[in-house]
Design a protein around this ligand. Sequence first.
Ligand code: PBG
Length: 326
Amino acid sequence: MSFPTVRARRTRQTDLWRRMVRETRLTPDALIYPLFVIPGEGVRHPVSSMPGISQLSVDEAVKEARAAAEAGVPAVLLFAAPEQKDARASAALDPHGLAAEAITAVKSACPGLIVWADVCLCGATDHGHCGHVLADGAIDNDSSIQTLAQVALNYVHAGADAVAPSDMMDGRVQAIRRALDGDGCAMTPIVSYAAKYASSFYGPFREAAESAPAFGDRRSYQMDPANAREAVREVLLDIEEGADLVMVKPAGPYLDIIRRVREAVQVPVVAYQVSGEFSLIKAAAERGWIDERAAVLETLTGIQRAGADLIITYFAPEVARWLRSL
Ligand code: PBG
């Protein structure tokens, strides 16, 4: 059968028809909102490359988290940019460090909100790399995963509901799982940044998290954007090591990866709409070149249609408000 018997437009005639046959439905339940925490009190320091996003002192981060929760966002992802940066990532290991303090404060102010803590060394090291750096400039995988496991344990003890390692060292999920299980935290999930690409779209984030590498780049640990099969391998390895959720990052330029991962695994798939993806939309909208709300909803729908169960996005509270008013 074909035209004129068949007419695809029949079920597109009215808004009600379109709503009924819609295949992908965005809901606030799928959104996670990232927050950047800095030292101080009463500080909201705008990130120049991310309009509307600020680095926040702990008290302000609590306010922002509360507002997100009130908008219907179920979870936040915390990043800390501590003042003290050294080779050992001491601030991340400190039980009273900035990240731990922020986790405890947000969790006690908003007990119903799920708090994910990003686990990495880049924000707390003087060289800005995600692992320990050897004398020759190489990244020392095996000592890094020991430190990352200690950092994760520190954050869980501070109150984190889940830890999200974003360093891309080999074996870190296993090291973290062992550390948590060995210390009475067997029920804390690990959200693994499993397929994280060495992307140009992280540029604005590095201003927000003060985590740009002082030398070199991250291509010896983050994935080559040209590779897709390798993403499936990374994800399967992380699940074998104990990852409870797996992430693909960035999201928009990697929809094929989200789809492949979705088809390869049975755990929830998270996609991270990263800072560069956020800022592109903001910049075009500021110039009147694009309808911001429509563009945001379209990108998130596309990410979900590709197979993501959950989406980390800087638009989360706004989107939750839009979805509620639809
Ligand atoms: C740090 C980290 C990065 C992002 C999340 N965790 C940056 C990087 O790897 O350089 C990027 C997030 C974004 O761009 O929004 N390991």
